[in-house]
Write a protein that binds this ligand. Structure first.
Ligand SMILES: Cc1cc2nc3c(=O)[nH]c(=O)nc-3n(C[C@H](O)[C@H](O)[C@H](O)COP(=O)(O)OP(=O)(O)OC[C@H]3O[C@@H](n4cnc5c(N)ncnc54)[C@H](O)[C@@H]3O)c2cc1C
Length: 284
């Protein structure tokens, strides 16, 4: 089996302490020679400055390609075109095009604003110059009318110019594999990259999963709750992620997108194990 290709997702640091941890994490993960890094973008442009600043610094300081997330909810075409131009000037060639989560303020805007991720994909494709990734939901986006309509939207995004979909996290391989089958049936032939979330804190994961429509299997929750020490929980998390990815690799999955939460430890250990990197050596 060839080595998998990995990408790592970060959020923009907002404080000095977060910034220190961000750069440490990045430096650590960079040694594993990932395919690219990505930086999230706050919905409704709320964290746009932090995100753009982080992307600008990363473009200067890392020799890895940087994917900039961009959300369109509540933003006008003109605002989005300006941001795209700024990203282009920084050297960004890859945009993760997202809707973001709307707020009542956003939807009350008196200006015409983009409503769906698809409209952003269309806008970016019109501009040209960018490789486009989009989000996808193996367990269906919580606002979708149905699994079928969610999949149709994804197909439209590929038709509009997206090259790959990065999925919401999930915890069982079958969830991704069933969804991948449905995507292929829908005629999608672009890259489908699983989003992998190492579990740092099971309670927070349960809470977040409830909001984004992902399910956390009860046996997994029970295993974490029975861990006696932090070290045992950490080991469990690494093993679970590695097993999940290895099962997917046996089904032909070659790329993984890791949600780092700006913490290097678990993502680093998972990635090292997937790449077969021994302690003390550097990934090829
Ligand atoms: C890999 C990944 C990265 C993310 N990064 C960020 C980030 O950086 N910043 C951030 O704020 N959020 C981020 N998110 C979260 C994302 O913004 C939310 O999940 C958001 O609710 C949906 O975004 P979307 O682009 O999938 O939206 P859309 O594609 O617009 O879909 C949203 C909902 O609307 C439905 N829909 C879409 N188009 C239509 C249509 N034409 N007619 C009717 N219904 C439609 C869909 O089925 C879905 O239910 C990320 C999610 C993932 C999976």
């Amino acid at each position: 089996m060839t080595k998998p290709l990995l990408s790592f997702e970060f959020f923009p640091p907002r404080t000095d302490a977060q910034s220190r941890r961000f750069w440490q994490t990045l430096g650590c993960l960079e040694t594993l020679n990932p395919e690219w890094f990505s930086v999230t973008y706050g919905a409704l442009g709320s964290a746009s400055n932090a995100s753009q600043d982080t992307v600008a610094q990363l473009c200067k300081q890392s020799d890895k390609p940087i994917a900039a997330h961009l959300t369109c909810a509540g933003q006008t075409r003109a605002q989005l075109l300006t941001t795209l131009q700024q990203f282009k000037e920084m050297g960004v060639r890859h945009i993760v095009a997202l809707r973001g989560d709307s707020t009542p303020e956003g939807s009350r805007s008196k200006y015409y604003t983009l409503r769906f991720g698809l409209e952003l994909v269309e806008l970016i494709a019109e501009v040209g110059d960018f490789d486009i990734s989009v989000a996808a939901y193996p367990e269906v986006h919580p606002e979708a009318e149905s699994a079928q309509s969610d999949m149709k939207v994804l197909k439209l995004k590929f038709d509009a110019g997206a090259s790959r979909a990065l999925t919401q996290f999930f915890f069982e391989p079958e969830v991704f594999l069933r969804w991948r089958d449905a995507a292929v049936k829908q005629g999608i032939d672009g890259e489908l990259i699983p989003g992998i979330l190492p579990i740092h804190n099971i309670d927070k994961v349960i809470e977040f999963s409830r909001r984004c429509g992902a399910s956390v299997p009860t046996p997994l929750i029970d295993r974490f709750n029975s861990a006696n020490t932090e070290l045992a929980a950490r080991q469990m998390s690494i093993e679970h992620c590695v097993d999940l990815c290895q099962s997917l690799r046996h089904e032909g999955v070659e790329k993984f997108h890791l949600y780092t939460l700006n913490q290097s430890d678990l993502s680093y250990e998972v990635a090292k194990s997937l790449l077969g990197v021994k302690a003390g050596s550097v990934a090829a």
